[in-house]
Design a binder for this molecule. Sequence first.
Ligand SMILES: Nc1ncnc2c1ncn2[C@@H]1O[C@H](COP(=O)(O)OP(=O)(O)O)[C@@H](O)[C@H]1O
Ligand SMILES: O=P(O)(O)OC[C@H]1O[C@](O)(COP(=O)(O)O)[C@@H](O)[C@@H]1O
Length: 230
Amino acid sequence: MGVGGLIVIGGDGSFHGAHFLEQEHGVRVIGVPGTIDNDLFGTDYTIGYHTAVQTALNAVDRLRDTGASHERIFVIEVMGRHAGHIALEVALAGGAEDVLIPEDPRPLSEVIDNVQAGLDRGKLSSIVIVAEGYPGGANAVSEAITQATGQESRVSILGHIQRGGSPVAQDRVLASVLGEGAVLALLEGRTGVMVGQHGHDLTYTPLEATWTQRKDVLRSLYACVRRLSV
Ligand SMILES: Nc1ncnc2c1ncn2[C@@H]1O[C@H](COP(=O)(O)OP(=O)(O)O)[C@@H](O)[C@H]1O
Ligand SMILES: O=P(O)(O)OC[C@H]1O[C@](O)(COP(=O)(O)O)[C@@H](O)[C@@H]1O
């Protein structure tokens, strides 16, 4: 085909295509992780993730104003069909009362107890962050909270605004570092790997491992959200 090398930016769908191009046509390929979900094995962070978190957090800050002034519970749904990375960071940074993620479909009674405990202590508003992939999404969570506590709650589904806009500095830096790493990898003769970053180190993970292995959410963050939401 006359293609010396190909750098593919994307997630597991794009990497599947890149893998088959390499296997079936001998094209040298390097993957660069790009997804707001941050759910790719082989890198601490993916390009787009930090921007999506910041965008969602800005929305949470705005919704908090109505929550406080109107004394309401807000159930805010963030993206993440299969992953709770965005939800966890938004919940922690946004001071949410609780967070629900697909990796841990715990019973809603726990969230209700948490919200009720806040109400009993005189809290006038609460924020619950729900990742899109949690069963039933924000609507189911809101209905259950209202039914159990008798308090009005409002749902806000942030949707596709989380996947666009001007990237935050962390994403620009990450994209620059990984982009350079991908070009250098090709020049060094590497192929069939995704360039990622662990701490300050660049790493190269076989493309197949990025979809056969799973990156877990940071359990320490999850525990921290729940400890701080008292
Ligand atoms: N198994 C596959 N083989 C070849 N190409 C694929 C495969 N899966 C996805 N693709 C291609 O990769 C593109 C991006 O995949 P998609 O799943 O939409 O996004 P992402 O790369 O973020 O996972 C698709 O539009 C499709 O053309
Ligand atoms: O409705 P769409 O366009 O399929 O997008 C929603 C899905 O894409 C994601 O935003 C991930 O997108 P990217 O991997 O392209 O960044 C998921 O969180 C969500 O489930």
